[in-house]
Design a protein around this ligand. Structure first.
Ligand SMILES: *[C@@H]1O[C@H](CO)[C@@H](O)[C@H](O)[C@H]1NC(C)=O
Ligand SMILES: *[C@@H]1O[C@H](CO)[C@@H](O)[C@H](O)[C@H]1NC(C)=O
Ligand SMILES: *[C@@H]1O[C@H](CO)[C@@H](O)[C@H](O)[C@H]1NC(C)=O
Ligand SMILES: *[C@@H]1O[C@H](CO)[C@@H](O)[C@H](O)[C@H]1NC(C)=O
Length: 749
């Protein structure tokens, strides 16, 4: 008996080792899970490229002050290169000496820049007339060769003037955008203003070669729609039925019968063969990416609102494919919100003071109503007062406010809502009492000062009250929710100041000035996580450097000292707040940071990552742990300090790790007002990061690694067999052990 048991244990151990040593290698998700909509925007000018008939140059104007110059393969519909110029291009010239060089001219400032057509390197620039160049005429198609007769487009033969090719005009045809007779024959039509269709010749027929849609350029706002598994919906319906049943017993009986029926169906599907059921359980649907995408919450529709007033639904697991789009016929899109918790209705605000409700019927948008706001004027911003309560505060350009209440049943008379608004001149506290907007406090800055970045504290799930230090003492986080942080630049003193305020009272809690001559031309940004603030600015003193500052807020910097407790809650209006203590540290980052964001996950357990859009168009992230305000130089760290979780000595330079550059070698053009966002998924480890602007880019990040996702190679079979063997062992060993116990009690050997 003894020997068999040992043998069994050995078998078990070896099996256990084999299952537990499964190598979890994650395939590189680069260019698999990430996608980009590379936009050109509406084409303004087309200039044929003299060197290659396949290529054209397209000039488009993403903003009033910049141009996008793109090289485009007109046969295949591929973008070859895009180049943003910080001025509007009026004319393009060809260098007389070198036909691989173009000159872009901005006639308003009389300046020009010379580029190499191959790599778009800037060769020369100047003011006035560009030396030795001829103006390239903008393309105009030869009218005598392409004629439109009724619903058909005819391409005429040069000599006989007979139609050589005929094409039925597509629905929404606008104009012929480009036509080229010489080999290869290319025809580009503009349809519905923002769509471009390319045709090529196949024998005697014109066949569609490619199509581009430029309508979803310049995203101003977004909403996320979860796509649910039909099985989950079934389960949900079951739950609703159970909840609605008359008694507990009925609900129980309902659950038993539905599950029994399901089990019978499973058996029936597998022809009552237990082996088949077992193999099916083993196989499960891990290989089926669509079900796992649904289960893990990756399957979402990203709904974007563009400045031109078009909304589009993008399939997030299908490389951002446009599932639907709708022109709202408004002058300019401003904001978009879900009206209900079930995400069936959207409300969209336009700049000229209209609001539209949009129903999603079977996943497709339908405009349900359109109305205009009572107050007149251009809408500057819209704030949603409470999540999905259909109450909005609209601010107009002229400083007026209007409260829009769509659901008269929602009542806030018992409590007042506090709002914080900001612009470059000040921060304004407002209170909404009895459906009236009242000003409470304001903090305006001096004429030489400017508020360049502002952020309120993120709403996060509270997982721990403090940080455990190496000696097991606790440092309590300052978790008062009504906080905001902002940066003020001062031209007179050449400083940048960080401020932390209480958004209820407007009291400034921390101010911290930097005198290292910040460069006001470069971007600054600020993010506010659970109990910390991270901000970035570029300084020139003593050497030009990108600074990244982290400020951590604690109840006290003395371990185990706590002032807040559950009995006495925070109430700033009666002065019931405890003051915070803070600690800050500065880091240097090797690239210019344009925008910051914090990664979001469902339960906020995963360590936070600071996502950064860089000035060069790349997106990268660093774990928040790297930016630790309490870190010390190695020689000052005590043994206790080193015992702290993830403790690392202070290193002033944060390097860029290539693995953390999530845009890989993509060329992203996001424009000045891009939105860097993070969307949680059902997997706690994984967060979706998107950057929305001129282009749309999305990918997934796992700041703490994919700890909750088994690799596809995980050997489930072996695990199940191990468990089975374990059960068998306990089944056999248990009687033998009790037998032994009994014998020992009777002193039988
Ligand atoms: C443009 O596309 C055509 C057709 O796909 C291809 O044959 C040609 O090589 C491409 N030219 C360039 C410059 O990419
Ligand atoms: C079309 O005709 C013009 C003059 O009639 C001639 O110069 C040109 O080469 C012809 N093009 C083709 C493709 O035959
Ligand atoms: C242009 O728009 C119309 C209606 O808005 C639509 O039916 C048509 O399919 C569009 N054209 C193309 C080529 O998508
Ligand atoms: C061109 O036509 C041939 C024969 O008519 C056909 O087999 C081929 O698929 C066509 N090519 C395209 C790109 O439509």
């Amino acid at each position: 008996m003894k020997i068999t048991c040992t043998a069994l244990v050995c078998v078990f151990i070896s099996l256990f080792l084999r299952t537990s040593c499964v190598q979890a290698v994650f395939s590189d998700d680069a260019f698999v899970t990430d996608w980009q909509l590379a936009n050109l925007g509406p084409w303004e000018k087309i200039i044929p490229d003299a060197r290659d008939r396949n290529r054209i140059l397209i000039v488009s104007n993403p903003t009033e002050t910049s141009s996008l110059l793109s090289s485009f393969n007109v046969s295949s519909g591929q973008i070859l290169f895009r180049n943003v110029l910080p001025y509007t291009v009026d004319e393009i010239q060809l260098d007389d000496d070198n036909h691989n060089v173009v000159v872009c001219v901005d006639s308003s400032s009389q300046s020009w820049q010379k580029f190499d057509l191959h790599d778009w390197f800037l060769l020369d620039e100047g003011v006035g007339h560009a030396p030795a160049s001829t103006a390239l005429s903008q393309y105009s198609y030869p009218n005598d060769q392409v004629v439109i007769k009724g619903n058909e487009l005819h391409i005429l033969d040069n000599e006989s003037s007979l139609a050589e090719w005929k094409l039925e005009l597509p629905h929404g045809f606008n104009k012929v955008e480009y036509f080229q007779r010489e080999d290869p024959l290319v025809l580009v039509l503009n349809v519905n203003n923002t769509q471009y269709l390319g045709f090529s010749v196949n024998g005697t027929e014109l066949v569609p070669a490619w199509q581009r849609d430029e309508s979803l350029t310049n995203v101003v706002d977004y909403a996320v729609l979860d796509v649910f598994d039909s099985k989950d919906l079934e389960l949900n319906n079951d739950m609703i039925a159970e909840r609605d049943s008359s008694s507990l017993w009925n609900a129980y009986w309902l659950r038993v019968t539905t599950n029994w029926n399901r089990f019978m169906n499973l058996l029936k599907e597998n022809h009552f063969s237990p082996g088949r059921v077992f193999t099916r359980l083993l196989a499960l649907d891990t290989k089926d990416t669509t079900t796992s995408d649904l289960k893990f919450g990756f399957a979402k529709t990203l709904i974007v609102l563009t400045r031109n007033g078009i909304i589009g639904g993008l399939d997030m697991v299908n490389k951002g494919q446009v599932v639907w789009k709708l022109d709202l016929q408004i002058d300019q899109g401003i904001k978009m919100f879900w009206k209900d918790n079930n995400h069936k209705e959207l409300i969209v605000f336009s700049r000229d003071g209209h609001y539209l409700t949009i129903d999603l019927v079977n996943g497709l948008p339908v405009i349900k109503s359109k109305a205009s706001l009572l107050s007149k004027g251009a809408v500057e911003s819209v704030i949603e007062l409470d999540d999905n309560q259909c109450e909005y505060l609209i601010k107009f350009d002229n400083g007026n406010h209007q409260l829009l209440k769509l659901d008269p049943l929602v009542d806030h008379t018992d409590s007042s809502i506090f709002i914080t608004e900001h612009d470059s001149n000040g921060i304004f506290g407002r209170m909404i009492v009895n459906d009236e907007v009242q000003d409470t406090w304001q903090r305006t800055v001096k004429p030489t000062e400017k508020i360049v970045a502002f952020n309120k504290r993120d709403e996060t799930n509270l997982n721990s009250l403090g940080l455990t230090l190496g000696d097991k003492s606790v440092l309590y986080k300052y978790l008062y929710p009504n906080l905001a942080a902002y940066l003020v630049t001062n031209k007179e003193h050449h400083t940048i100041t960080f401020n932390l305020i209480d958004t209820i009272t407007g009291e400034v809690l921390i101010t911290q000035e930097h005198k290292d001559s910040p460069d006001f031309r470069l971007p600054t940004d600020i993010v506010f996580g659970e109990y910390w603030v991270v901000y970035s600015y570029f300084s020139l003193d003593p050497v030009p450097e990108q600074k990244l500052v982290v400020v951590e807020l604690y109840e006290s910097l003395t371990p185990d000292e706590r002032f807040s407790n559950t009995r006495r809650s925070y109430d700033p209006l009666t002065g019931q707040t405890n003051k915070l203590q803070h600690i800050a540290k500065q880091y240097i980052f090797p690239e210019i940071i344009k925008r910051l964001a914090i990664s979001k996950t469902t339960n906020d357990i995963t360590t936070k990552a600071i996502v950064m859009e860089l000035e060069n168009g790349q997106i990268t992230y660093i774990p928040k742990l790297v930016l630790n305000a309490r870190s010390k130089p190695e020689d000052q760290m005590t043994n206790e300090d080193k015992k702290e979780f993830m403790a690392a000595p202070y290193a002033p330079i944060v390097p860029i790790n290539d693995n953390f550059v999530i845009t890989h070698y993509r060329n992203l053009i996001l424009g000045p007002d891009s939105k860097l966002i993070s969307i949680p998924t059902n997997l706690e480890s994984t967060s979706i990061i998107c950057d929305l602007g001129h282009d749309v880019f999305c990918t997934r990040v796992t700041p703490s690694g994919q700890f909750d996702l088994m690799s596809p190679t995980f050997e489930k079979g072996k695990l199940l067999i191990t468990i089975l063997i374990l059960l068998v062992i306990t089944y056999f060993i248990r009687p033998s052990v009790s037998n032994k116990k009994l014998k020992s009690q009777w002193l039988v050997r």
